[in-house]
Write a protein that binds this ligand. Structure first.
Ligand code: NAP
Length: 504
């Protein structure tokens, strides 16, 4: 990828390529009420542009289009669907610099990280292009031998896909690519804070050959109006949601009225366990990746550092030095390593959690304050001696703050790791493979990073247990989420009229 220097002219030029309307039935249009909402740069608060604001009526029109396209899309050859996905992968990769810049402008992450998101997000297109032609069923005799069992996977039908603001490209491709591969049509609702990346991606899908009505995109300032219109509609067959646990819980209740298939990728509270036999410099490097990716605004972000007492001082010193050396700034600047948080509310929430932890006895090893000036910046922060019952260890921090606490035994480490309602990502640093297996088999998490601070991969099943959600995205499992299993019982061909009859 060739890095293009970012000037204000370049920013404006890229922003002018982003569609600003609703994509319904293959055409860009204004919202039915003509309303728009603004999108801001969190590094400066400057307005990046206006986007059409979808209403309830627009949602129904989008589902009309998705339902009308469902029959032909599911009958489109899997190879053709795969080729469209592959083409979308190629276009996103060719335009990686544009995508990275739009992500940085509306979401705030440094360009280097935005480039990483483009590679990760595009990989879902390539992976599901490859999976689209491998959606196997099975066939065989019944145990009695008196019939045949045919099992096939069929597209689940029109889907509502709701995405969050923290990875505006990857969270969209992680849902859209498997839905397309499986033969489903869809209505996509991006987060109102970051709709531009999804709109740019929708344009790529059209260019790649996705037929009209298959993908409909509705930016909206009133998310509940969209879900409220669509979840009770009998034509909708599936809801896939990525976002916070409280909103996911609310949507599950609504989806239950229509007995919808659901995939729920919700919040996390990842423990990062460091044992006394760990390679401490490697653990610090892993901690930096697990904590600081996306400024800590990731569901997989290490939220609690649980460190074996004999190595706690060494680990804290290494982590504090690395965190204290990071450069904060607007994501478009080449020297920036930490961008702003998404908005003032997010920054104030992080600040309040830190203040309460300090009141409860935590010690600020580095950082600990919001950064003065424009934008919503917060200093990379390490807190040591955090009491086990502090609120900051229970809440999803979603910011660049690493609270640390200690444990004395493996048993205590496991108990502390499981002491949360969440169960998404977890991290484990040890050189002892037997310990790795013991701990892994006792912690209640959908994902474990073993001596690894970044585990997201398009080929792996991503998802959580407990209140972190239902279902998996990525891997072969990601395709299965968009299919319904159909069983066909076939009479014994030997016993059919004209057959030789069954022996024995
Ligand atoms: P959020 O507030 O729950 O919003 C997520 C999406 O849901 C947005 O598109 C939002 O629209 C929409 N939404 C909000 N209220 C709704 C309602 N009543 N009905 C229908 N849709 C509604 O979460 P967020 O702040 O964007 O994202 C951060 C959260 O996402 C964190 O908890 C993080 O852990 C989680 N997350 C999880 C994963 C995972 O894979 N498990 C990945 C990334 C993020 P608006 O933008 O218009 O509010």
């Amino acid at each position: 990828m060739v890095a293009v220097p970012v000037t204000r002219e370049r920013e404006q030029q890229v922003l002018t390529t982003v569609p600003r309307g609703l994509l319904i039935g293959g055409a860009w249009r204004e919202s039915s009420g003509g309303r728009t909402f603004t999108v801001e740069d969190p590094a400066t608060g400057a307005v990046l542009g206006e986007v059409a604001d979808a209403s309830r009526e627009d949602a129904v029109a989008a589902l009309d289009a998705a339902a009308a396209a469902q029959g032909s899309w599911m009958r489109t050859a899997p190879r053709r669907r795969a080729e469209i996905l592959r083409r979308a992968f190629e276009i996103v990769t060719e335009r990686a610099e544009d995508f990275a810049l739009v992500i940085t402008l509306e979401m705030g992450k440094p360009l280097a990280e935005a480039r990483g998101e483009v590679v990760y997000g595009a990989e879902f297109l390539r992976w599901f292009a490859e999976e689209a032609v491998r959606d196997y069923g099975r066939y065989g005799p019944s145990p009695e031998g008196t019939s045949r069992l045919l099992v096939q996977r069929r597209p689940v039908g029109p889907c509502l896909l709701i995405t969050p603001w923290n990875f505006p490209l990857a969270m969209a491709t992680r849902k859209i690519a498997p839905a397309l591969a499986a033969g489903c049509t869809m209505v996509v609702k991006p987060a109102k804070l970051t709709p531009l990346t999804t709109l740019l991606f929708a344009q790529v899908l059209i260019e790649a050959g996705v037929p009209a009505g298959v993908v409909n995109v509705l930016p909206s300032g009133s998310a509940a109006a969209i879900s409220g219109a669509l979840l009770p509609d009998p034509r909708l067959r599936k809801l896939s949601f990525t976002g916070s646990t409280p909103v996911g819980r609310r949507l599950l209740i609504d989806a239950a009225q229509n007995v919808l298939r659901t995939s729920m990728e919700l919040g996390g509270n990842a423990p990062f366990l460091v044992f006394d036999d760990a390679d401490i410099p490697a653990a610090v490097a892993g901690a930096m990746a697990a904590k600081m990716r996306n400024m800590g605004e990731a569901c997989t972000a290490a939220n609690r550092f649980l460190v074996h007492r004999p190595v706690a001082e060494e680990f804290a010193a290494g982590l504090s030095a690395a965190m204290g050396a990071l450069r904060t700034g607007r994501g478009t600047l080449p020297e920036t390593q930490v961008g702003p948080l998404i908005d003032a509310g997010a920054r104030d929430d992080v600040d309040a959690l830190v203040a309460k932890a300090v009141d409860a006895g935590a010690v600020v090893s580095t950082g600990g304050r919001a950064v003065d000036g424009g934008g919503y910046f917060y200093e990379p922060t390490v807190l040591t001696d955090v009491p086990h019952d502090a609120e900051i260890l229970k809440e999803e921090i979603f910011g660049p703050v690493a609270p640390m606490t200690t444990f004395d035994t493996e048993e205590e480490a496991i108990r502390l790791a499981n002491d949360t309602e969440y169960g998404l990502a977890s991290y484990l640093f040890t050189r002892d493979y037997a310990r790795m297996m013991r701990v892994t088999e006792q912690i209640e998490y959908g994902m474990v990073g073993f001596n690894a601070g970044v585990i997201s991969n398009a080929a792996a099943p991503f998802g959580g247990v407990k209140q972190s959600g239902l279902g998996r995205e990525g891997g072969a499992e990601g395709l299965a989420e968009y299919t319904a299993t159909q069983y066909v019982g076939i009479a014994d061909p030997f016993a059919m009229p004209g057959g030789p009859g069954r022996l024995g």
